[in-house]
Design a protein around this ligand. Structure first.
Ligand SMILES: NC(=O)c1ccc[n+]([C@@H]2O[C@H](COP(=O)([O-])OP(=O)(O)OC[C@H]3O[C@@H](n4cnc5c(N)ncnc54)[C@H](OP(=O)(O)O)[C@@H]3O)[C@@H](O)[C@H]2O)c1
Length: 322
């Protein structure tokens, strides 16, 4: 078969011949990969920087996708930690980590949206006791995950949704996705802090895709802006696209009832993640949420890898069978 193969960390994967992986475990089966997404998590898998990386090479990247079983039915699958990923004509799935795709569902949409969508879907279902009417700030709302988070928070009944990110044009589109207010984090720092304090000081949940300097700069204004500082603020760390660390003043933890917690592989068990996903698939299939997608044949993996996306928030999906 052909696969996208990484032989040196730092180089883009190349489209090469590669041996089919063998299913060995009781729940394993070989599937034909129909569509698989190029998510940030896949990039960090392919360059060896993800916290789950074992450093072993060669590897075929790709953490999820839609596959066709031997009986012709389609499944959405999430792969366990493996060097034989989804960016291949065939991969081995674990049946316990796969979900039947409903008839008529678009495999490309699921391959594009499940990973970014589950970030907020799982966080709001599994990591916080989210209740309709509560308000949510999305820090890093302009990416695929952030845009879906805006829609998902609204769909789950958020009373107020505030979208913070950078890029005026992209932020102005947030209202159509369900945001009540948007904040351009690239603006004047004093004005950004004031906007965060006045508009977002009363939020119940922060879904943080950024971490790094923007999250660090947002903490004091958000906590300082709260009318009742003893009211719980759950700060859910989901991505670190702006930086892996922050400096956290101890006073922040004393001045308000803020809980910092994460949501991702490890902080939620595979079973916990999988239990929530059929609901997300149903909403995607019925068109509740939207995402911008660009498809490419897997044979173009090398040239696509480092090429700027045509649109700033496009999720690339590779089609191994094309
Ligand atoms: N824990 C989980 O379950 C989970 C699941 C899915 C994703 N994630 C993580 O969530 C993060 C976002 O994923 P994604 O799929 O949305 O990625 P994406 O589609 O590539 O979007 C990233 C967005 O972040 C913006 N950004 C980058 N640096 C920024 C900064 N300093 N300030 C403000 N905005 C900034 C980018 O804007 P520009 O175009 O201006 O750079 C872009 O709009 C990633 O770290 C990913 O690994 C976590």
């Amino acid at each position: 078969m052909h696969a996208a193969v990484v032989r040196h960390f730092g180089d883009p994967p190349r489209f090469e011949r590669f041996d089919d992986p063998d299913p060995t475990g009781a729940h394993e089966e070989l599937v034909e990969v129909v569509a698989t997404g190029l998510h940030p998590r896949v990039r960090s898998q392919a360059d060896g920087s993800h916290y789950t990386s074992t450093g072993q090479l060669p590897l075929v990247p790709g953490i999820d996708g839609v596959g066709r079983r031997a009986d012709g039915t389609l499944v959405y699958f999430i792969l366990p930690e493996t060097r034989f990923g989804a960016m291949a004509e065939h991969t081995v799935i674990d049946a316990r980590r796969s979900i039947a795709v409903p008839d008529g569902a678009d495999p490309v949409l699921l391959a594009a949206a499940m990973n970014p969508g589950m970030s907020s879907w799982v966080a709001l279902h599994q990591r916080v006791s989210f209740r309709p009417g509560q308000s949510v700030l999305i820090l890093g709302a302009t990416g695929s995950a952030g845009q879906l988070a805006v829609q998902i928070a609204r769909h789950l009944g958020a009373g107020t949704v505030i979208a913070a990110g950078r890029g005026a044009a992209r932020l102005s589109a947030m209202a159509q996705l369900g945001a009540d207010h948007s904040i351009d984090l690239a603006g004047d720092p004093g004005l950004v802090a004031r906007d965060l304090a006045t508009s977002a000081g009363e939020v119940d949940v922060v879904l943080d895709y950024l971490w790094g300097p923007p999250a660090e700069a947002a903490i004091s204004p958000l906590l300082g802006g709260r009318g009742d500082r003893s009211r719980l603020l759950s700060w859910v760390q989901i991505g670190a696209i702006a930086g892996p660390t922050i400096s956290l003043p101890s006073a922040a933890l004393r001045q308000a009832n803020v809980h910092f917690l994460g949501s991702g592989q490890g902080s939620v068990s595979p079973d916990g993640i999988l239990a929530t996903l059929p609901g997300l698939i149903d909403e995607l299939v019925t068109g509740t949420f939207s995402i911008t997608v660009a498809t490419r044949p897997l044979s173009q993996v090398e040239s696509t890898w480092d090429a700027p996306a045509a649109g700033p928030t496009e999720r690339v999906v590779f089609l191994p069978g094309v």
